[in-house]
Design a protein around this ligand. Sequence first.
Ligand SMILES: *Cc1c(COP(=O)(O)O)cnc(C)c1O
Length: 401
Amino acid sequence: MTPPTTSTDWQQRYAAALMNSFGPPKLVLTRGSGARVWDADGKEYLDLLGGIAVNSLGHAHPAVLEAVATQLGTLGHISNFFASQPQVELAERLLGLLGTPGRVFLSNSGAEANEAALKLTRLTGRTEIVSTTGAFHGRTMGAVSLTAKEAYRAPFEPLPGGVTFVPYGDAEALATAVTDKTAAVVMEPVQGEAGVVVPPRDYLAAARRITQQHGALLWLDEIQTGVGRTGTWFAHQNPALFDEPFVEADIVTLAKGLAGGIPIGATIATGATALLFEPGNHGTTFGGNPVAAAAALAVLHTIEADDLLDQVRKTGQALSNALAAEPGVSEVRGEGLLIGADLAEEIAPAVAAAALEAGFIVNSTGPHTLRFAPPLILSEDDVAAFAAALPGILAAAKEAS
Ligand SMILES: *Cc1c(COP(=O)(O)O)cnc(C)c1O
């Protein structure tokens, strides 16, 4: 019997062996390098989604490869009965980047980073949380209780309670919803899954003021927006998005891009919030493991050494400009390399399909919205290649719809 080699064969085996939680996969990928990936049939794609804002340095980056291989060959996993140097260095580095003294809890995913944060908020003695419409905070029971989308919540109710949702970007609604019983307000500085929604420039400052008035925590979910995605380390410290002085949050959660593709989550807490967890309150077997921490340190080092924040601002602008120049595109939102593009017609899934046909991975977050979250190493040539293909992609999608 000859082993299966085509994408179609792998698709069939996938369907027979994996739970159907994601629908049929669009591609079967075998290899990646830089901002490019190849499928099981040998076809090449420019990856403008980056594993959903995860592959900060692209695929198979030598710095991540070297950090992971060296760390794994030195000390791979030790449990949290013990400490490792990369774990300590990473926590220090994250606090340094945030610029506020605090403490870090390391975990393995975005949802876990938010679960830890949610448990922290309970230790304030209050149980009510204010979240926002359109919010995405993850799929575990605690994280999904903060996530707005009804389809994600309804099948799993009852969820942890006490969560109310206010319109995102509306400071007045927030002021009405927050009371002296509110433990925390949780929000994304820019909403990612909702299709890259940017709030007013003074929204975070208003949220800080309102939470402070009521003794509630401000918790910023930077899982998608953090680690250079918008052209600064944290989106809430991006002058292109928010007025200065930037707010100091009580909790900031990170994950996606932090370790360049190695699973990781980080819950950073500042001030008194940083000291709420005591031994026994929370735990994780894999969290803070030396390999993931070493990968994250390599990512952070490379972003700085290669001046990638500056590059992200430039390539992000070029990609935004290319999208805005298309007659079929009605609005472009976002900052740096987190970009949402609304289409004049409801053909976003068809555009994503036509883009794949043409060798580009893009994501549709809704019927008329495309999202781009490419590797931070994306080059201006890559942007130009996509810009050149875009009119043909839109035409093909229109024809198919
Ligand atoms: C992706 C995401 C999460 C969940 O992260 P997972 O690693 O998928 O659990 C939470 N919040 C935001 C803003 C995200 O983009």
